[in-house]
Ligand binder design. Sequence first.
Ligand code: AOF
Ligand code: ZN
Length: 333
Amino acid sequence: MTDYERQMRRALSLASRGPATGVNPQVGCVLVDETGKIVAEGWHRGAGTAHAEVDALSKVTDARGLTAIVTLEPCNHTGRTGPCSVALIEAGVSRVVYSVSDPNPQAGGGAERLRAAGIAVEGGVLADDTEQLLHPWLTAVRHGRPFVTVKWASSLDGRAAAADGTSQWITGTAARQHVHERRALADAIVVGTGTVLDDDPSLTARGDAGELMEHQPIPVVIGERAVPEGASLRSHPAGLIETASRDLGAVLKDLYERDIRRVFVEGGPTLASAFLAADLADEVLVYLAPTLIGGPRLAVTDLGITTIADQRRLTITGLDRLGDDIVITARSV
Ligand code: AOF
Ligand code: ZN
């Protein structure tokens, strides 16, 4: 491992201290002297707070001649805070080493601006690691819509409910707790009105003892029927977004404009299938219970695929046992 890689590893670990949700990415930065010693560390704590580079720079009195190792290309814009490229130039650093280019069209161009100011700039260090850490954020910004996880729970034979519609409970408590942890990694939870009317879900992210987690994604209900006055969702701590649009691409674009970068689609089969059919699912999260139900209530319905050549191949990125159940994460290739 080179020195830059070792220092980038540290910057990545600092980055992961920041919030995984919200409009801004997790970013870390270390400043090193000419002997390779880390003299300052910084990380980003969420939108509106200092960027990682500025946080690190604030820890030294004189940054002249130092090298900045940063997990994302320094930004070049004035957003909620000023441009990091300019902060690094003014501080007098002599070299900037970053991992992944910033795909945000408003913020990009930092590397060029630094080079134009005579600073040595190198990108791509530990790029695979950063791509993995920031996968949902990078995917969202590259597509200009939130990263979409579609979740369902089913029997081993792929059913989400029995013929009469009863579905509680197919999976066990460990799987259900896992769902809460995954909800808390999203900015929004999306459901159809059918699920709201049938189940009256609260859609909060709760811990083992039923307590509310610190971060609560906002519920988004898609459908023409209104959410009833007394519905549990009406007292959700993060508020409620309702939309009657059937155009899922337009719904996602609207959510992106509201600074939502990660959505968790939770129900039910009709909505999950609509996201899958529209090719708007970046990831599926499938809970499989060792039970057989049979019958017509499939977890995923028609995807518009009529011949095997059109099947949608995925790559499995995660596989775990949760009590008696299995959880599989898979992504589009
Ligand atoms: C960096 N370092 O630590 C972060 C960056 O609204 P702002 O000012 O917070 O800018 C947000 C954008 O800046 C964000 O979308 C991303 O492109 C970049 N984030 N850049 O150099 C950081 N958090
Ligand atoms: Zn910045």
